[in-house]
Design a binder for this molecule. Structure first.
Ligand SMILES: C[S@@+](CC[C@H](N)C(=O)[O-])C[C@H]1O[C@@H](n2cnc3c(N)ncnc32)[C@H](O)[C@@H]1O
Length: 384
């Protein structure tokens, strides 16, 4: 099994390298309108923006910045397949212009612009960023009618082009089953508020590059890719930054395409890719370990499992998880820096259980196994 990853250092307002109706999923985070760090970039796209900002005309600048993003959303409408998803991570901005403090609601502007293009809006995720810093309250302190709510969440907007995707052919159904995730992951990933992910610290020494980087944590694209696409799909990020979406697609056995204006990010992107084999395999091991702990805990609590996964031979909650298969990475080929290949282990099976220290086998056969009489289906355990 192989995946291919294209990276273009070009403006994504014209993605002519991508044929129409060819993208299964978009995962992205654009520059945030009205957040100061992006003023300069927006201004290079439309010089009227800095004029409006210096005239303190916040709403006019906000609208023009979104007009610029619309060029890219418009291209998404062309390249995304029927039934394909678009996930956009965006934060609202607060800003004081001419002594007037205001919120610029980027998320609602993007929703209305995407709806106008024809995308369907789906329930969204609020990413409540974990932080060690004490609450930063804004405004008049303990005196009423002049203090503002703290803004510590971002939005992950979710859209679909057209109706539900069909998985009709038997190979499509198989890919889908192999791309399933654990029941307990579903419970976390599909909740409407994500509270467990920290922002990503910017470890970049070059000042100019650091000014332009705002990477999201790996788990944001990694979860979204697992939630809204299947293995072998193509994932696009039109605002690639340091390449987090590409890395997540590599880990999840999907192809990817990224567009980034800043050529200076190339070395950082390649650095991430150079480490992707060990990083991904470690991530996969952690998912499996977490599942094994979940299994152990459930058994301790006297609960039962009705199904066994065909590849790993461990219990899973639902029938949908029995073909779940997390392919480990074997190698990466970066000879061509804009078209990178990843090779995967076909089916790493069963003996993975032995890799888990003292062994799942013994863990599962501890005396607290559910009472055999209660459910004959739990008998599948004894396949060990
Ligand atoms: C918020 S950052 C994305 C960060 C990314 N999610 C990551 O994890 O590194 C937005 C990125 O979009 C890039 N960008 C802005 N406008 C662009 C355009 N029209 N075409 C391509 N890239 C663009 C910026 O240079 C910046 O790196």
């Amino acid at each position: 099994m192989q995946s291919i990853h294209n990276i273009f250092f070009e403006n994504s307002k014209n993605m002519s390298n991508i044929p129409s109706n060819s993208i299964d999923l978009v995962v992205t985070s654009p520059p945030y309108p009205m957040i100061q760090m992006w003023d300069e970039l927006f201004n290079t796209q439309n010089t009227k923006i800095s004029k409006y900002l210096s005239d303190n005309n916040g709403m006019a600048a906000f609208n023009l910045m979104h007009e610029n993003l619309n060029l890219i959303w418009n291209e998404l409408w062309r390249v995304v397949k029927e039934g394909g998803f678009v996930c956009i991570n965006i934060g609202d901005a607060t800003r004081t212009l001419n002594n007037v403090f205001a919120l610029y609601p980027n998320h609602s502007k993007i929703i209305s612009n995407m709806l106008e293009l024809g995308f369907q809006s789906l329930p969204e995720i609020l990413w409540r960023k974990q932080t060690n810093a004490p609450n930063k309250f804004m405004g008049s302190g303990m005196l009423p009618a002049g203090a503002y709510i703290t803004l510590k969440h971002e939005h992950i907007l979710i859209f679909r082009k057209g109706g539900k995707r069909d998985f009709k052919k038997s190979n499509e159904k198989k890919e889908r089953r192999e791309s399933s995730f654990f029941w307990e992951e579903r419970n976390l990933w599909f909740s409407d508020i994500w509270m467990d992910l920290k922002g990503t610290p910017q470890k970049i020494s070059d000042k100019k590059i650091r000014k332009r980087s705002a990477a999201f944590p790996f788990d944001i694209p990694y979860r979204l890719i697992n939630m809204f696409s299947v293995k072998g799909d193509t994932v696009l990020d039109p605002f690639l930054g340091v390449g987090t979406t590409t890395l997540a697609a590599m880990s999840a056995c999907r192809n990817s395409i990224g567009y980034e204006l800043e050529q200076g990010f190339q070395d950082l992107i390649l650095l991430g890719i150079d480490n992707i084999v060990s990083y991904s395999n470690d991530r996969i091991d952690k998912r499996i370990d977490k599942h094994l702990s979940f299994v152990e805990e459930r058994i301790k609590n006297g609960k039962e499992f009705k199904h066994i996964n065909n590849y790993y031979n461990f219990p899973v909650i639902t029938k949908q998880e029995i073909d779940l298969n997390l392919n480990k990475l074997i190698s990466v080929n970066t000879e061509n820096k804009s078209k990178i290949e990843i090779n995967y282990l076909e089916n790493e099976q069963k003996d993975l259980i032995i890799d888990t220290g003292n062994g799942l086998k013994s863990k599962l056969l501890e005396p607290k196994l559910p009472n055999k009489k209660k459910s004959s289906k739990t008998g599948t355990f004894y396949r060990y």
